[in-house]
Design a binder for this molecule. Sequence first.
Ligand code: ARG
Length: 460
Amino acid sequence: KEDILRRGRLSAAKSEEINAFTSSLQADRWIFPSDIMVDKAHTAMLARQGVIDKKDAAAILKALDSIGAGGVDAVDIPAFEDVHMAIESKLIKSVGENVGGRMHSGRSRNDEVITCVRISARKELLGLMADLLELRKAIVGLASNNMDTVMPGFTHLQHAQPTTLAHHLMAHASALDRDFERLLDAYKFININPLGSAAFASTGYPLDREYTTKLLGFDRPMDNSMDGVSSRDFILTTISAIAILETDLSRLADELVLWSTPEFGFVELDDAYASTSSIMPQKKNPDILELVRGRAGTVIGHMVAAFTIVKALPYSYNSDLQEVTPQLLRSFEISRSSVRIMTGAVSTLKINNEEMARKSTMGFTTATEIADTIVRATGLPFRTAHGIVGRLARGDGNPSLADVDRASMDMIGKKLSRMGLTEKALEEAKDPLKNVRRRSILGGPAKAAVTSKIAAEKER
Ligand code: ARG
């Protein structure tokens, strides 16, 4: 294999170790199909502009088609410095240097690589968004079936107030909706065309950058060639959006892990989403969700790595930038698989409605509603009612009207039963489903409010 790159300037070949050290193999495999597209667009444009002969361009395009069709495995990337040189070398081998040697006119690997990365990132981003849509659908589906599934809601991980599973799930749906929006936002920073920037100072060849922009499906060309090869903020934006998505996924995963413990007993994972122990035969472990939770940490690491590499890097191209691409690629891999795994776990989740309902009033979760009921019935200030019910919280969490009267005698020297509080109103306040029904304002857990939230989410 002749090294078309080094034969002019450099004499000594790189050692195996140096080759391996400088290689960007994983990312290069990823961008291979994009590189074929970029080569073709650049060649077609060169011919259209009269920079190369149409006949030569036709031969190059034909050869590129067959190299592309052969796939990445048919190209020996490690034998060359990178995928760009591997493709160009193969092209020259196929059509001769007098033809194939003209393709790289007015171009550098600096603009080439980042054009390829943008195309691959765009495709991956759309794939991730499609995956995320499926997860959102799965969550909305589960919520729709659990509108009346009462459960305790938590603050500080302590029982707080009754809510419904639908309301809780739709909270996660809201977060994922915003994650989707952030990814969509990232798209517009990705989909701009640096091709034509060449090494950084553009080129004296009369390149038509609007034409390659059109051929490659970019929204517009980048309007400064130094920016074209130097900037990676589109990666920082995308990877940040992915890190936030991963963070949100980790919270959902964590809750499902927690909820599948006997202490909670709210849900049971499908066996396909669990493993067992090599020593404890009885175990059903939620490892898959634990790994979703853990990999969020890995992605945050990739995000920090990307920022740290780009930070304080002088313009224009530096090889440090090669190190940024795999951070993005791995973040895509992790997030796409995690989203798909979560979709499966959520769709196959078994809900233990009885246990959720049984625990919905544990820890005196109806205390707030009792205080509000006292306010409505007696006209006392909320703070006063809060104090009286706080006194009741020392009891068993199921106070009778007589208990209430004793507490209010203690606190304010009056019986609330003499001030308009009835047995019926108290019983209603202690009913978890009625607690939920009362909370019918926008965003609340009452059926009508959750129904319209679900409808809005389906629409989006
Ligand atoms: N593998 C390189 C990257 O990912 C391609 C560009 C190399 N350019 C150069 N001047 N060495 O950034």
